[in-house]
Design a protein around this ligand. Sequence first.
Ligand code: FE2
Ligand code: FE2
Length: 172
Amino acid sequence: MGWWERLSYLLGIKLSPDKQAFARRYLDDAGWFLFSQMSMLDQRHTLRAARYIVRKAAFQRGVVNLNNLVQAALLHDAGKIKGEILWVYRLPVRLVRDLFPRRQKRWAARDKSRSFRYALYVDLVHATRGAYMAKSLGLPATVVSLIKRHHDPQSRTYEPELSLLQEANRKN
Ligand SMILES: [Fe+2]
Ligand SMILES: [Fe+2]
């Protein structure tokens, strides 16, 4: 391995071969394409979430299809396309989403020239958009549905897969 490659792994510019292999094990070509079009920050976040699920699933009752759940974890933020949310906006966007959800809807704008408002817009629609992208590429319906609902409030009927995905998303 050359020094540049080693440095890219260390700086997080590129995914290390073992991380790539982990994602590849669960994703087909379409899934890999969706995964690769996320920013490196999101790829690393979704990988952590997926690994968290693999560790936890053994102790969680009712997880029927681990493979689909891991795919959903790897792709849940696929609706945030690389370059759309500047890294400096990540924390502010998250704060607005968590603290002022109604204002996020008001401030969000589909206008790329207003980068912060556009970042709020992308954040607002990323679950629906990611699900649409996954559906268009033929991913399983369960994966599509989990992606779509990964920020939804917990419903009254407990769904072990969705609840584990949301926990993995929060903690990673
Ligand atoms: Fe998300
Ligand atoms: Fe996420």
